[in-house]
Design a protein around this ligand. Sequence first.
Ligand code: X90
Length: 278
Amino acid sequence: MNYKIVSDSSSNVFSLPGVDYASVPLKIITSAAEYVDNSELDVENMVNEIKATKGKSGTSCPNMGDWLDAFEGADVIFGTTITRKLSGSYAAAIQAAEEYEATHPGAKVHIIDSTSTGPEMRLIMEFIRDRMFEGKTFDEIKESTEQYCEHTHLLFSLESLTNLARNGRVNPAVAKIAGVLGIRIVGAATEGVLDPLHKCRGEAKALDTIYKEMKLRGYGGGKVGISHCFNLNAANILKEKIHADYPEASVMIEPTTALCSFYAERGGLIIGFEDATV
Ligand code: X90
């Protein structure tokens, strides 16, 4: 049996050590260029070019064929996608899963709607990988992953919600508040959509608020993933806060790749974490 894990590129994960893994790229499209969210892209250059480009910019999700290509060669496949409420990625992956099973007798594909994105997807995939290492069956992994997903959460802190609002992914009135200099919107992924919770003046206040929200959601020293869009400093401060209470906690920091960089924008932080019930 060849096992494989796949995800769309909103996970910010291009390789997953120890397993066969494929990232399926989303694209960022402006009037001047098209950027493919893969490991070759210069994200900083993309962010700067988009800032300097007038006119519409948007994104497009992978199609069924893109997912089928990613499945190729494996017979037990687990995939995770960005929330299906904000993207067509999940629908395309499900179509591909049906097609793949129909054309590859014996193959099994399970696609999980993360109801989230970024670092929460990484947590889900690492959970699946660790169950694969333990030699669990397809059905066992499917079931335990479903339970695990109920105990992972996502928070964000954004300095600008302009690209989210322009593309209909958040209420323009909320984006307007974030447009005020020095104001950050701290929010959560709730039932698969962006849920703005607080407007915070300054980075320090935003980081305090995030950590409070983590604890409110039951954080108790579990795994954390912090994705940042050119804001390593803030990611490190949050990591220190977590380590002050839980010195042993696994906190991994990584840059956002193209899709999350486009929507989270410069300065943005996206935090995925496990609650204490895991
Ligand atoms: O299909 C497509 O074109 C992709 C559309 C994606 C839209 C939303 C991306 C959000 C990226 C922003 C902060 C975290 C939000 C959590 C939401 C559930 C990151």
